[in-house]
Design a protein around this ligand. Structure first.
Ligand code: ZN
Length: 441
């Protein structure tokens, strides 16, 4: 199946400690999905698995003994996640990729399920690479026939921990892995050519059996498997070039604000960041261009991972369009407000995701995004976001102190209250905004 019939995209970026301003790893992802596919935020505690098998959407696989605690951004219908992080500071996001591997008649894993399985089973990025490549080899993923009308595709993964980061790109049961040296961005296009560090044993034979071009002794994974025609107008290439260039230019000065800025990006790439052309589908923040089209950024994550014990990691999460919303600081060491996990197939006034979706709609005039309305919304969020930046840093240090002193209940309680307070601030602001929709329009 080709991807070009529908806009699907995603962008994931990472900067390692040698490239950031404060010696942390910073990860960012925009998850771009069908415009009405609700994607709430889910928290799962660490559990001992009772059953022998884990039921995924189409297949069941042997369970691990323990599933580690994690947080995931979950399309409402799916067992898996678009992106997430776990209790061991592992962060993962995926990308849809198009390949020459034909549709399989037998069921496989969905790319998002692999994200979740790796979060449940890994204590660091290297572990996650092993988990993912083993799952891909054994159970496969990519395009397969199914009777649930679920769009399936090959996947790229970006995996990070406080010290290392890796890219995995796949084609059916085949994969290639590349370790990232400083900064990297991936999009809906294979990026690993012959520069892989590891590759599936069967990749060359699979390529030959599919009559794909194998041109060098060291297999060029992208050139062999990537279906470059599957994305019209080179959007994936353009967006990848944009995020990679931006990160390289900022090298040594990258911080969370800059990574959030990349995810909100609407520049045309030439006029610095002045141009706010919402209709250009090559921008990193993705909006459906008109009412007849699909595809919008559904949720975003920016994680700052610390390798020293100076503070807790802060994970910044946003729902729907990052350029019209706010990033809320999340701590896995506390209880994430349950309300953030509300949301399903249909509009629900109790769901924050659907409220953020309403805000995006309210910024349109006759279906087309309107810069004036967008800037009104941004002005409202800006002071709240700035407060969050300051307070999150403080509590990340205070709570870490409690952790070091083994006062875990107190730490959990303080973080839980902090996240609840911020969520309430955001939700009451959202409600006011939605009420004043007529005034904004
Ligand atoms: Zn946007």
């Amino acid at each position: 199946m080709k991807l070009k019939e529908e806009i699907i995209s995603c962008d994931t970026v990472v900067a390692l400690p040698n490239s950031t301003s404060n010696n942390t790893t910073i990860f960012g992802k925009n998850s771009d999905r069908p415009k009405l596919e609700c994607q709430p935020l889910i928290q799962k505690p660490r559990i001992k698995n009772q059953s022998k098998y884990t039921e995924c959407q189409f297949i069941k696989i042997p369970s691990s003994k323990i599933s580690y605690a994690h947080v995931g951004s979950k399309p409402f219908w799916c067992w898996g996640y678009e992106h997430g992080f776990n209790e061991y500071q592992v962060v993962i996001g995926n990308e849809g990729l198009g390949t020459h591997v034909p549709s399989s008649p037998s069921p496989k894993l969905i790319g998002m399920e692999i994200v979740r399985l790796a979060l449940e089973r890994s204590k660091n990025a290297k572990d996650a690479v092993k988990v993912i490549t083993n799952l891909v080899s054994e159970f496969g993923q990519g395009v397969f026939e199914n009777n649930q009308n679920i769009r399936t595709y090959d996947n790229g993964y970006l995996i990070a921990d406080p010290k290392e980061a890796y890219i995995i790109e796949t084609a059916g049961h085949e994969w290639a892995v590349k370790q990232i040296k400083d900064t990297e961005g991936i999009s809906n296009i294979h990026s690993i050519e012959s520069n892989w560090d590891n590759i599936s044993d069967t990749a060359i034979n699979t390529a030959k059996s599919l009559n794909l071009h194998v041109d060098s002794p060291k297999l060029n994974f992208a050139k062999t498997f990537c279906d470059y025609d599957s994305r019209y107008d080179g959007r994936g290439e353009f967006r990848r070039l944009r995020s990679c260039t931006y990160l390289q230019n900022l090298k040594n000065n990258i911080n969370i604000k800059e990574v959030i800025f990349i995810l909100k990006d609407h520049s045309d790439g030439e006029n610095s960041n002045i141009t706010q052309n919402f209709l250009d589908s090559r921008t990193i923040c993705m909006h459906y261009p008109d009412s007849n089209s699909d595809g919008n950024t559904a949720a975003s994550l920016v994680s700052e991972l610390h390798s020293d014990n100076s503070q807790l990691d802060i994970h910044w999460t946003s729902m729907y369009s990052p350029c019209l919303g706010i990033f809320i600081p999340i701590f896995i060491e506390g209880e994430i407000p349950k309300i953030l996990s509300i949301g399903n197939h249909d509009y629900d006034p109790k769901s924050p995701w659907w409220a953020f979706r309403s805000i995006e709609e309210s910024c349109r005039t006759e279906g087309i995004l309107d810069n004036n309305k967008a800037s009104e919304i941004r002005k409202i969020w800006e002071p709240i976001q700035n407060k969050f930046y300051k307070s999150a840093k403080l509590i990340a240090k205070d709570a870490n102190q409690l952790k070091q002193e083994n006062k875990l209940n107190q730490m959990n309680e303080e973080l839980t209250q902090y996240m609840l307070k911020n969520t309430n601030t955001v939700l009451s602001t959202l409600n006011e905004l939605i009420k004043s929709k007529s005034r904004i329009s």
